[in-house]
Design a protein around this ligand. Structure first.
Ligand code: NCD
Length: 315
């Protein structure tokens, strides 16, 4: 089982998602050890190419690489030859010529990871492309739901907010449906993509009508940097209609979760203290991000089997 790339959720399919979640149970255990570091990817080199800002995704891939004993190269756009006009293709070919085993890429344009895999022999992981996909976020969210609520099969997951600009929503919808959950998208019509009939989801612009039935409320950031014009009259009005307030959190089911991929705009999509709410698993998502990215890297570069793992014993 040697897999080449993780570009989008469709490429993984249900079995690929299940494989990575199964690997995550092993790496969860590794992360409980006094020294959470194993030799599984010793000798491998992983390049992190972030053409867009990131805190969690970048740091978690870097931490994951280190915990697997791989060497990581951090490519920082600001001090690279990109500033001198080097093209994406030349940059990738240069990095590949150094002998890297995997390239983790985030880029503001949709489709870049698919282009990039044509120019390199390295395994490519999409860490977010434009408004298109963010597969490892979907995987860590599935893992977080599974750990907290058991299987996703039969669960009702409600994704709220700026669906139109959200790569997280696109990957998560695919992954949640693949694992048997049903998905409702909530937001003003201006922030809903046009083609949601093809997505296999329900949609509504009335947040309050679905809160009590949801096993998960997944709140999205208002991605103002991607909005070329104003999609809502004011952020205050948006918060009133679609923000997760204390009052709304009180009407949630007893066994249900509040999730958010971060970074969050406190006071807009989520009221200021909701991250600390007992139902919130936001910090848990971040912790699982490291575990699931260890699995994703191992899935591409490891022993080639998800049942016979190698290099997970201490040094
Ligand atoms: C998301 C992203 O960058 O796509 N954040 C993340 O990866 N944790 C979501 C966002 O920016 O709102």
């Amino acid at each position: 089982m040697i897999k080449n790339h993780i570009l989008g959720i469709d490429d993984l399919g249900k079995s690929g998602i299940e494989d990575i979640l199964a690997l995550s149970d092993h790496f969860y255990e590794v992360n409980t050890r006094r020294i959470p570091k194993v030799p599984a990817l010793r000798g491998k080199t992983i390049a992190l190419l972030f053409y867009e800002d990131s805190t969690r995704t970048r740091l978690s891939f870097e931490t994951a690489s280190k915990r697997l004993s791989a060497d990581s190269l951090n490519f920082s756009i600001g001090s690279s030859s990109v500033k001198k006009g080097e093209s994406l293709r030349d940059t990738i070919e240069t990095i590949s010529a150094m002998g890297v085993d995997a390239i983790v890429v985030r880029h503001g344009s949709s489709g870049v990871p698919w282009l990039l895999q044509r120019w390199t022999d390295a395994a490519v992981i999409n860490a977010g492309d434009g408004s298109h996909e963010h597969p490892t976020q979907a995987l860590l969210d599935c893992y977080t739901i599974r750990k907290n609520l058991g299987e996703l099969d039969g669960k009702r997951i409600t994704i709220v907010g700026d669906i139109k600009h959200s790569r997280v929503a696109r990957s998560n919808v695919k992954a949640f449906l693949a694992l048997g959950a049903s998905v409702t998208l909530v937001g003003p019509k201006t922030l809903m993509p046009f083609n949601t009939e093809d997505w296999g989801v329900e949609t509504t612009d009335k947040f309050d009508s679905v809160i009590g039935d949801s096993d998960v409320l997944y709140m999205l950031r208002m991605q103002l940097e991607r909005q070329q014009k104003s999609f809502v009259p004011s952020l205050r009005e948006y918060a009133k209609e679609y923000g997760l307030s204390d009052r709304r959190a009180q009407s949630m089911k007893p066994e249900s979760l509040i999730m958010h991929p971060g970074p969050m705009n406190r006071g807009v999509e989520i009221s200021s203290n909701i991250k600390e709410h007992p139902k919130s698993v936001v910090n848990n998502q971040v912790a699982n991000g490291v575990i699931v990215r260890m699995s994703a890297l191992y899935y591409l570069l490891g022993s080639g089997s998800v049942t016979k793992l190698e290099g997970l014993n201490d040094e």
